[in-house]
Design a protein around this ligand. Structure first.
Ligand code: G1P
Length: 289
């Protein structure tokens, strides 16, 4: 039996420059899709997979992210006075248990690999999940639950993957693949943002990972990769051949909420799943063809 997955690292130090001016004073992970901030979707997805302990890798101006999961005493007292039972229940469900949310600061934007390395004391000797809140996934079974099931079976590293058009390989980590049963694919290599002509496949890594703690030792070498950043992908590549490593073609649709069009599409897709909104949204969409 592989060690139980209990920990998740959420890198949230990014400046969100692609969403300026909205993100001048607001953490991009607080941008809502319908009525829930991106960070909450990520935390709920992790919880659904049985994860209990969270580490946010933050930076300056990100305190709202921590506030969001804390008790809001005045707000809750007012809601109680007004007998707003439903709203209170919603706030109750958001809260992270005392001591289960830690933050570390990244201080300098040296890349995703560096962000994960900053969480090394939290990770210790345990397997851990990574969720990038920009990637939002609409699925029957939460994506991290699908990965956790694959981890329980394979006992090693698992990343969520999806096929992308070849002209987009330079936006993602791309797999070199081995044995493939159509859902679970053996990872033989992984390259960060290869040019379409050099890409070993078109299977791209999305922002959901379960990794073994040994990845930290490779990150600690601080080697620079694509874009002169310390890349998580390069450290993951060093685990291949030493530990099981698989890609999982998850069931669901991914929205890139770091991109304006992707973010807008997510609003529509998630609103159409909401019984209280679907009819109204479907009705007004007819006017925009
Ligand atoms: C990061 C990773 C990349 C991965 C992507 C998924 O890239 O470095 O390997 O495919 O997230 O969203 P970023 O989007 O930070 O450039």
């Amino acid at each position: 039996m592989p060690k139980k997955l209990r920990k998740a690292v959420l890198p949230v130090a990014g400046l969100g420059t692609r969403f300026l001016p909205a993100t001048k004073a607001l953490a991009k992970e607080m941008l809502p899709v319908v009525d829930k901030p991106l960070i909450q979707y990520a935390v709920e997805e992790a919880r659904a997979a049985g994860i209990e302990q969270f580490c946010f890798v933050t930076g300056r101006g990100k305190t709202a992210l921590v506030e969001h999961f804390d008790i809001a005493y005045e707000l809750e007292a007012t809601l109680r006075e007004r007998n707003r039972v439903e709203a209170l229940a919603q706030l109750d469900a958001i809260r992270i248990a005392p001591g289960s949310l830690l933050t570390v600061r990244q201080q300098v934007p040296l890349g995703l690999g560096h962000a994960i390395w900053c969480a090394r004391a939290f990770i210790g000797d345990d397997p851990f999940a990574i969720l990038l809140p920009d990637d939002l996934i609409l699925s029957e079974t939460p994506c991290m639950t699908q990965l956790a099931e694959a981890y329980a079976r394979t006992g090693g590293n698992v990343v969520a993957v999806v096929d992308v058009p070849r002209e987009h390989t330079n936006r993602y980590g791309i797999l070199k693949t081995g044995a493939d049963d159509g859902r679970l694919v053996e990872v033989r290599g992984v390259v960060e943002k290869p040019a379409p002509a050099d890409a070993p496949s078109t299977l791209s890594v999305i922002g959901r990972y379960i990794l073994m703690p040994e990845v930290i030792g490779h990150l600690a070498k601080m080697e620079r990769g694509a874009g002169n950043e310390i890349q998580l992908t390069d450290a993951m590549a060093k685990l291949i051949g030493h530990q099981p490593f698989h890609g999982l073609r998850y069931e669901g649709k991914r929205f890139d909420c770091g991109d304006k069009a992707g973010y807008l599409e997510a609003q529509i897709a998630f609103a159409l799943k909401r019984p209280d909104l679907a009819d109204a949204v479907r009705a007004f969409l007819k006017h925009y063809r």
